[in-house]
Design a binder for this molecule. Structure first.
Ligand code: CMC
Length: 431
């Protein structure tokens, strides 16, 4: 990062003030305004962080115009094709892909931390049977902080590494248990003879009554879905994890905060919302009616799975997901799946429509992920949990980067106060 150029701020009636311009490896130059308040007494106003870099990072980079996503410099397409999710997890955390020996050790560590404390299994009984699995996830992942006190020694790099391995290993178990609890089926213990994603499918779909053999095509598809969702720069949930962690909070509590943020329909909850929308549209003949509604300023309806704050030409994850979708449907003999056909038609019409073209609204990763997951037998309410499972890797990598950043300070945004001016409390009979 270099800072040879300067930006000059001219405020009427005052001396000009200079600020360094930081030039990153990729992406937009940034004006470093950290001294603005001290030098001028002014703040910037940037609701929704439309033009604000909240940190410097070495983990993920998105070029929204090119439709490019890089993890530690590697294009997502290459990682999706050549690597397994655990390679990607190792890469995001450590900065480099593992060699054969490192991978063997890492996979072994993850495999031997998959069980959760038996007491935690009883924790699930406290939730209503019909609780949304994301509500269960927020609670159970947050509760990990009660089980692992030693996690609070953040100055210890070994301890932080154990935290990372532990949560990456246990998330599939926690997600599968949330599913089993909602179904009223017995929890399945992890099988350490299976790879990460196959073991997750075993815990989701296996029962003690019969042996479950995961389908390799579906395992590969799900593993790739994990890779596509592993990290995504400073999105809302990642920023939530960083902000929560900036106070020195327990990392499991921070991940729980991230899960809460991810749940929303404008973020990770879009895959669930998208599938519900496709079900509601129901038939190709009704697509124009819904396109019309999406364009109507007085109608709050939005086309779920369309649009992105950063991608303005296409979402590279959506392209890969479309291919996975087609492979999975073919494997399961569902090529003529009604919802997939409906999705294709919706995509076709929206991409030709002036409103969507002009606003650069393209299908995002969530547009197809719901169809794939539904075809695999994963219920709609579990979609965002799968997203959370994968994104935990990115959240933990970002948390590590934040906690070890020498410039790190507690996150404390300022505000533009527009409420009542100072006033005195009147006596009760004058209110
Ligand atoms: N359908 C119809 N109109 C839309 C849509 C949509 N899906 N998305 C944006 N617009 C319109 C919006 O009404 C606004 O119009 P106007 O300029 O007339 O006010 C304009 O496009 C700009 O939208 P915005 O909401 O200001 O853009 P944003 O960058 O703040 O929001 C977004 C991005 C993803 C929240 C939004 O596009 C959206 O709500 N999409 C649907 C939900 C969705 O699919 N979310 C998943 C995001 S990808 C997964 C992830 O990374 O979490």
């Amino acid at each position: 990062m270099t800072s040879e150029r300067k930006a000059t701020l001219i405020i009427e009636g005052r001396e000009p003030v200079e600020f360094p311009i930081l030039t990153p490896v990729h992406g937009n130059d940034c004006i470093d305004i950290r001294t603005l308040g001290a030098k001028t007494g002014l703040f910037t106003y940037d609701s929704g962080f439309l033009s604000t870099a909240s940190c410097s990072s070495t983990i993920t980079f998105i070029d929204g115009d090119k439709g490019e996503l890089l993890y530690r410099g590697y294009p997502i397409e290459q990682l999706a094709e050549k690597c397994e999710f655990l390679d990607v997890a190792y890469l995001l955390r450590n900065g480099e892909l593992p060699d054969a020996e490192q991978k063997k050790t890492f996979v072994n560590i993850i495999k031997t931390h998959t069980m959760i404390h038996e007491q935690m299994a009883r924790f699930y009984q406290g939730f209503r049977r019909d609780a949304h699995p994301m509500a269960v996830m927020v609670g159970v992942v947050g509760a990990l902080s009660a089980f692992y006190h030693e996690a609070e020694d953040f100055s210890d790099a070994t301890q932080r590494s154990i935290n990372f391995n532990r949560i990456v290993a246990k998330l599939p178990t926690i997600v599968a248990m949330a599913y089993k609890y909602s179904m009223g089926e017995p929890f399945m213990y992890p099988r350490n003879d299976l790879p990460y994603t196959a073991n997750f499918m075993h815990m989701m779909f296996g029962t003690p009554c019969e042996k479950y053999e995961p389908n390799p095509v579906l395992v590969h598809a799900l593993d790739t879905i994990f890779t596509l969702h592993a990290d995504h720069e400073q999105n809302a949930s990642t920023s939530t994890v960083r902000l929560a962690g900036s106070s020195g909070a327990n990392p499991y509590a921070c991940i729980s905060a991230g899960i809460g943020c991810l749940w929303g329909p404008a973020h990770g909850g879009a895959n669930e919302a998208c599938l519900k929308m496709l079900e509601e549209i129901g038939d190709v003949s009704r697509v124009p009616e819904y396109i019309k509604r999406a364009k109507d300023k007085n109608d709050p309806f939005k086309l779920m799975g369309f649009g992105h704050r950063v991608y303005k030409n296409f979402d590279p994850r959506a392209k890969l997901m479309r291919k996975i979708c087609s492979n999975v449907l073919q494997e399961l003999g569902l090529e003529n799946d009604r919802l997939f056909k409906l999705a294709l038609e919706l995509e076709r019409i929206a991409l030709e429509d002036e409103y969507f073209v002009e606003k650069k609204l393209y299908p995002n990763v969530d547009f197809y992920s719901g169809i794939v997951q539904k075809a695999m037998g994963i219920p709609t309410s579990m979609f965002t949990c799968i997203f959370a499972l994968a994104r935990t890797v990115g959240w933990m990598a970002q948390w590590e980067e934040m906690i070890t950043d020498s410039e790190q300070k507690i996150g404390r945004p300022r505000q533009l106060y527009v409420g009542a001016p100072r006033r005195d409390v009147p006596p009760i009979d004058q209110r």
